[in-house]
Design a protein around this ligand. Structure first.
Ligand code: FES
Length: 125
């Protein structure tokens, strides 16, 4: 099983090869948006890969085009719904973009409420 760690909170999931970064986020409750339902049609699952990029599938043209429309794309940018783990022994560390975190909270008002009440993981200030 590969490990995927989500910054800034440090939540971590163990997932098999073939899982996407978004699958890993779902597995550990990380705040990663998915507004289009994993169809590569938004950029709310935008992540910055900090470590382990070589363990992931290559970007295809659709993902590149979609990332061009994301807020603040960087060299390590990936879409969580498109980046698939290929090395089951890897540690992949990703940072949740502000755009993605905001989209998640917009999509999950109950989680937003927990966050406001101090019951959910907070991003460090
Ligand atoms: S969930 Fe929309 S592009 Fe990934």
């Amino acid at each position: 099983m590969a490990r995927v760690r989500f910054l800034p909170e440090g939540l971590e999931a163990e997932v098999p090869a073939g899982a996407t970064l978004l699958d890993a986020a779902d597995a550990c409750g990380a705040f990663v948006g998915s507004a289009c339902g994993r169809k590569c049609a938004c950029s709310t699952c935008h992540l910055y890969v900090r470590e382990g990029a070589r363990a992931l599938s290559e970007k295809d043209d659709r993902e590149e085009d979609r990332l061009d429309m994301a807020f603040d794309p960087r060299p390590g940018s990936r879409l969580g719904c498109q980046a698939t783990i290929e090395d089951a022994s890897a540690l992949v560390v990703v940072e949740i973009t502000r755009e993605s975190r905001q989209a998640f909270l917009d999509e999950h008002p109950a989680e937003r409420k927990k966050l406001e009440q101090g019951e959910a993981p907070r991003a460090p200030h």
